[in-house]
Design a protein around this ligand. Structure first.
Ligand code: SF4
Ligand code: SF4
Length: 333
């Protein structure tokens, strides 16, 4: 998924269980047990211009069924809230150590540290940490609360032809919530879009489509081996869902994050463009350069570094866009 998202919350993890990094599998994943009226929200980003037409509000839901090695929102991979640490902001006051009910926080001469195996992401330490050295990614929000946030910018949506986009993570995993909130936005006259990576049973997407004006669909590779190595599944479910989606009459945009050495070759983009060229109702195809933003976030979550990925240069991107244009009329960079 494309834009930055950083969540701040202190609530208990009551609405969802973690899918886990690397949760992606050949068989579509089990449903995230999201309560109908709540979903784990990572961030609500106002005045977004990259997630559909016009000025939009992008709502990032937490939890994903893929496991892209280069994910630039790694805090969105798991559905449950997660503690994030920023050591350079820590003044070693020890307040987090005092309040932690699990004894997970430690303050030693070398600095503060947390035992993530013991931490239950209750958020008590975040409430006490006034320097911002500790934050919580993800908080449960109701349909009504999300609607209130989205509704603030109605006037901008109207003037710009914008609306709301639900992104992630994978918003379709939270399908009862998603259907409710999309329906309510539509009833309020707000243009609706979802940004999805497609790895789930078709019925889950079909439920959302009743209330969606535009689907932004990610295709990262059509090579099963590449897909398995870098994304955690062979992509067959994703491709089948995309083909079926194209027959539903909803407007569609397909997007490819271009990541070296995953898919930054003419052969890789040519194969994706050929697949996309078969689709009806396509508004545009877009290449999006990889951004190493996720690395700092991985560190804040206690995740290991991912050093294999890098960004293609501008010349390569232009060349790959020309390759896609051999098959598609509307290619964006
Ligand atoms: S409360 Fe914040 S600033 Fe104080 S020791 Fe803990 S992390 Fe550092
Ligand atoms: S979020 Fe984790 S480290 Fe912080 S108080 Fe709760 S259990 Fe302790």
């Amino acid at each position: 998924m494309v834009p930055t998202a950083v969540g701040h919350a202190t609530a208990q993890p009551t609405v969802a269980q973690p899918l886990g990094d690397g949760a992606a599998a050949e068989v579509p994943p089990p449903a995230v047990p999201t309560a109908r009226a709540l979903a784990p929200v990572l961030n609500i980003q106002r005045f977004s211009t990259h997630d559909g037409p016009g000025i939009r509000t992008t709502v990032f839901l937490k939890g994903c069924s893929n496991a892209c090695a280069w994910c630039h929102n790694p805090e969105s991979l798991r559905a449950a809230p997660q503690l994030q640490e920023y050591p350079d902001r820590c003044i070693a006051c020890g307040r987090c150590v005092v309040v932690c009910p699990r004894g997970a926080q430690r303050l030693e001469p070398a600095g503060r540290s947390v035992d993530r195996g013991t931490c239950v992401a209750c958020g008590r330490c975040v409430e006490e940490c006034f320097t911002g050295a500790l934050t919580m990614a993800g908080r449960p929000m109701s349909v009504e609360a999300v609607l209130a946030a989205v509704g603030q910018d109605r006037v901008y949506y109207r003037r710009s032809g914008g609306g709301v986009t639900f992104s992630g993570g994978e918003p379709v995993l939270h399908r009862p919530f998603l259907a409710d909130v999309l329906r309510a936005c539509r009833q309020d006259g707000i243009h609706t879009a979802i940004q999805t990576a497609g790895h789930y049973p078709w019925a889950w997407l079909a439920e959302a489509l009743h209330h969606v004006d535009l689907v932004l669909f990610d295709v990262k590779s059509v090579d099963p081996q590449v897909h398995r190595e870098w994304i955690g599944n062979d992509g067959e479910t994703i491709r089948a869902n995309l083909r079926r989606l194209a027959g539903q009459g909803v407007r569609l945009a397909v997007r490819t994050p271009v990541v070296s050495p995953v898919n930054d070759t003419e052969a890789a983009i040519d194969a994706i463009a050929r697949l996309v060229a078969e689709l009806d109702h396509l508004d545009y195809y877009q290449l999006i350069p990889y951004h190493p933003l996720g690395e700092a976030k991985r560190a804040s979550l206690g995740m290991a570094r991912e050093e294999r990925c890098s960004a293609p240069d501008r010349h390569t991107l232009e060349r790959l866009a020309d390759v896609a244009r051999r098959h598609l009329p509307n290619v964006r960079l």
